[in-house]
Design a protein around this ligand. Sequence first.
Ligand SMILES: [Zn+2]
Length: 267
Amino acid sequence: MERLGRKWGRAKLPKLGWVTFRWSRPLGGEIRSATVSRKGGHWFVSFLVNDQATTPEQHAMPDTVAGIDWGVKTAAVTSDGEFFDRPFITAGETARCRRLQQQLARTTKGSANRAKVRAHMNKIMGRVAGRRADFCAVTAAHLTAKNAFVVLEDLKTRSMTASASGTLAEPGSRVARYTGTRVVKVNPAYTSQRCSACGFVTGGNRESQAVFRCKAAGCGHTAHADVNAAINIRHAAGHAVSACGDLGNSRSVKQEPVSRATGRTPT
Ligand SMILES: [Zn+2]
């Protein structure tokens, strides 16, 4: 591989020969492999590099723990009361998608016109997916820098909203590798209905999407519903720790970069 200037580079790939690409970011290490993929009508080449970074034995702030509520409404809320959110799709893109959807319904199956409308939709959705991925990476970097332990709900056991939350992905282990943060997953049962102050559980505690107000006599604890849930998630990790004795057991951080293969080749 070689650099062709400030913005361009070229790489010699098997079967393809020399391929020119726009050099979008510094590599920061020795190249191990290259992957070519296609998204929203564009081709991408990504390089897996060995950056020589090792996972620290201990986080810079070893006593820090945050519970995270990955929601549907707000993207992520922490037990410290931090909110992470951003729109992924613009109003203009939403309107355009709706129009394209209508156009698609009027086309005939297998027609060139239908393929064109599809391609247009995929292009927009590709941009949306890119923003989402960027948001997840930035949020994960922030959370792992600040916390030695990040506690998440194990979404496999929350089937009802899994499809909605699943689209957000989780704070990446890729980032945790640099800080030594350990990711702990807990059972999400009752995290939104339990009072984080007194432990009382009832569906009535959650007054609305945003407001939590404890109905237990003599408590009356009020909080933002997502923050209350995030605190419960953090508490649940405490139980998980005493149950298995060692938090190290729940470590889900990858130590070594893993090569990815897309199975797709350019045509
Ligand atoms: Zn209470």
